[in-house]
Every structure is written in structure tokens, then in C-alpha cells.
Design a protein around this ligand. Sequence first.
Ligand SMILES: [Zn+2]
Length: 313
Amino acid sequence: MTVSSAFNAFKSSKFVTWKSTGRLQQTLAGCIERTGKSLHSGKVSTVKLWPELAGKGRYFDFRSTEIRASIEFAEESPLCTTLCKDGVKIRTVEHLLSALEAMEVDNCRIEIKNSGSEDCDLEVPIFDGSASEWVEAIEQVGLQVATDHYGDCCEKMVAYVNEPVHAWRNDSFVAAFPSQEIRITYGIDFQQVQAIGRQWFSVTSLDNSFYCKQIALSRTFCIYEEVERMRDAGLIKGGSLENAIVCSASKGWLNPPLRFQDEPCRHKVVDLIGDVSLFARCGSQGLPVAHILAYKGSHALHSDLVRRLSGII
Ligand SMILES: [Zn+2]
């Protein structure tokens, strides 16, 4: 990374002002390897997380094709966030990226490969549908201050939102308002599924302890009546009662107990953090200092917010 590219990466705009967090960039203290089944393709894949130099940020590595975990490589796909580059597609990156962002693994090489297959369509394992497998792995291996090629530490930058920025589709929206600390407020509304109904969840002063205890454990949820339709569309081939909480409109939750009474809404916050982490660059924080307010959001909408913050749309 040259000095000028670093300068351009942190150029402030009408929407955001980049400032130092007062902390140093970090990376993993060792290597992490996890293998598991993926939700949408049903394939088994292995992910290996490696320590990385300061300034490199987080990126996927598939047979030497490097895809930065950045909004410019995000492609709209139903039900998950996908990164694409040079014919390589990596799906369901959001829970892993959410854990890395929240646990402050600022620089990381994410090596990924399919088990027993050579194709370029990859997917991060789903595990139990939450981010907890990744959080535990990161806690086990620990963190260290990252240094660059010269052995120097780098300060960690963060964007402060200067004015309200929003994105919306139909009756859904996500907005980022200026704030002195990171706050997240999320609302969902499933009128047709009584057991979920309307839920709101708020986070003030997000830190990694709150994330680990109150957010990371919440699992992916799906509506039983929609599952068949998704299977017909070739999605959730690896879906089971082990990797999602499933709710039927008529029968309620099919695989209780829930970990939190508002687990679906908390899971949306896991997704939001993972998707907004695509705003990170060169080892900076992805989540801007802002109050992010979302209502009936989706991966596509979260990505739109990042594009707005980046001035792309
Ligand atoms: Zn999710």
C-alpha cells in the first residue's frame, strides 16, 4: 500500500469525515480453520483465517484470487451477501465478516475452498446460523497489534457520519444519522407470522462484549411456508433445523427454544454489522460512528447504505 492510496482511502466527503479511533489496527494472533456445510449451496467448505499485515484489511483468497471484503465487489443476491471478482463468487460472507468487524480483526486473509470440488462458486459455512462459531474461534486464538511491511503499527481510522444518509426500497429503509457513538436500532415486521410479529432492538455504545453476549448468538431465521419456494429457486439446499430457527405462520416456532425472545430482530443486527463492514478499507473500522436505523432491512438495502456512504450511488 502506498502513502497516496492510504490518503485516498481516507479522503473525507460530504457524507463522512475520517478520524482516528485512537486505537491501533489489529490482526489475529494465530491461524483459525473451520469446516462446515453451507446454507444455500449445501456444499462443504473450509475457511482458514490468517494473520495479515496492517493496512491490508480483510480479504478472501481463493487460489490466489484476492477479493477484498469491500462494497465494490458486493453483488445483489437473495438471502445472503455475495462477493464476486474474476469469475469467483463467495456467498454468505455476512456472519463471518460481522464477527471479524465486531471483534476488531481489522486485517485478515480469509482463505476459502470447497471440499472435494474445484468450482469457483464458494460459500462460507453456516454452522448454527449465528456468528458464535467465529466469535469463539477468534477468542480462542486471540488478537495482536498488526504491523506493516516496515514493522510499524498503524492507527485505526473510522468514518463519522456528517449528515443523514439513507437508502430505501418499498416500505423498507436504512438510515445513518450523525451521532457521537455507534448506535443501532432495528425493526422488523412480520404481520403474517404471529410468533415473530413486530420487533425492535436497540444497541447503544456497541462494544465487543455486548456483541458477544447479546448479538452474535442470534441465529438466521426463516418462515416455514417460504422454505419450499426458496428450495424451488435452488436456495437453502443446506438448510435444516440445525442451522436456522424456523417459524410457521400457523404453528409458530418449529425448533424452540429461542436464545432471545427477539432473536430474529437481533439476527438482523448480526447481518447489518457484517454488511456494513464492507465499508472498511485498509484496516479501518467498517461501521461508521453514527446512529443506524433500519426497518425491514435486507442485505441489499444494507449494501445500498454502504454505497451511499461511499458516494457510489
Ligand atoms: Zn444472517
